[in-house]
Ligand binder design. Structure first.
Ligand code: ZN
Ligand code: ZN
Length: 353
């Protein structure tokens, strides 16, 4: 069954007659198209793919043969509306802008109603196929290699930016690229979960958070390790051990059928019990695939249960403002029984001189 076939049955189950897919990542997932202007309309036997003249040749090579490939004007929405069936046509309300929605309404034929449909394609994307898992595994393996290189080259005396650039060079040298801007954050910068590497020189005796990911054939990886650059104050080592123990224990909770909110709560309770609950301000993890943040989410607000084929991160962190941060993040494939951790870089505290 093709991805479009699976979406067609989801569309039907949602009481829709078709779905307009405008999110380009979703368009890629369904059709194979990697250009920057294109959309799909999927319904009962309906497989329309639209792009403009700039991408017609590319689309001929990339777009799955099950689609009716058409050329539209650059805006595409008016042409898309021509293929809408009568009845209820869903749109991706988390993606289509208010302005585009206004314009689309002008083109919708009589007898067709536009309905906000939410993240239907994202829900399909959350469960990976074997070939998707192979790419994510390869991306995780490359990130591990790049981390190994980092340890060999050392950290103290270099700026965070230099280290981050070197990580990204290492990815490119392997035919990959970063799945997001690499984070290298020492000492107090490490207390900012999304720190940007700057001109700060990494010193001896601090904690350095390194968060990186690679892309292989469009599929991302995501991994964080926190290194020491020399002897640490006792409380820093204690926080490291708390995060590590929590991370390892939380990995053990990842399995098909586990509640996404429950896995987050499990980790959170441990960190709260150690008196650091206030300092773990983000969710425990997120799905990874064509995007580095996708469904499912492991957080206090998460809905639903984990399913076989999900790929999620498990990344507790504790951040002490103005002092340091610790985050340890692995990438995990959810299996029928348990899980398969695909980040292999060691997690015991390593001192990188
Ligand atoms: Zn990360
Ligand atoms: Zn992450």
């Amino acid at each position: 069954m093709s991805r479009a076939d699976r979406l067609e049955s989801v569309v039907r189950d949602e009481g829709l007659d078709a779905l307009l897919v405008t999110n380009l990542v979703n368009v890629r997932y369904l059709s194979g198209y990697t250009g920057t202007n294109g959309l799909c309309v999927i319904g009962d036997g309906l497989r329309t793919f639209l792009t403009d003249f700039r991408y017609v040749t590319q689309a001929r090579h990339e777009v799955d043969g099950g689609f009716d490939r058409r050329q539209g004007r650059q805006d595409l929405l008016e042409d898309a509306a021509k293929s809408f069936p009568a009845g209820r046509v869903g749109f991706e309300d988390h993606h289509l802008t208010v302005r585009a929605h206004e314009r689309l309404r002008e083109f919708v034929p009589e007898g067709t109603e536009l309905v906000p449909a939410g993240r239907l394609v994202e829900r399909l994307r959350a469960v990976k196929e074997a070939e998707e898992l192979a790419r994510i595994r390869e991306a995780a393996r490359l990130a591990d290699e790049v981390l190994r290189e980092l340890v060999e080259r050392g950290l103290p005396g270099r700026t965070e930016r230099d280290v981050a650039l070197e990580l990204e060079d290492g990815m490119r040298a392997r035919g990959s690229e970063p799945s997001f801007s690499s984070i290298v954050a020492g000492a107090a910068n490490g207390a900012l979960p999304h720190a940007r590497p700057g001109d700060r020189v990494i010193a001896d005796g601090e904690l350095v958070v390194v968060d990186l990911g690679c892309v292989v054939d469009g599929y991302c990886s995501d991994c964080t390790r926190t290194f020491a650059t020399g002897p640490l104050p006792d409380d820093a080592a204690d926080v490291y051990n708390l995060v590590l123990e929590t991370q390892v224990a939380a990995l053990g909770e990842v399995r098909s059928g586990a509640s996404c909110r429950g896995v987050d709560a499990f980790a959170r309770e441990r960190i709260e019990a150690a008196g650091q609950g206030e300092r773990f301000g983000h969710g425990l993890g997120h799905g990874v695939g064509l995007e580095v943040h996708e469904l499912p989410t492991l957080s206090r607000a998460a809905e639903g249960d984990l399913a076989t084929g999900n790929v999620v991160t498990v990344e507790p962190g504790v951040y002490l403002p103005d002092r340091f941060g610790v985050r340890i993040e692995d990438l995990v494939v959810v299996a029928d029984r348990g899980r398969d951790v695909i980040s292999t870089f060691p997690k015991e505290l390593q001192t990188v001189g």
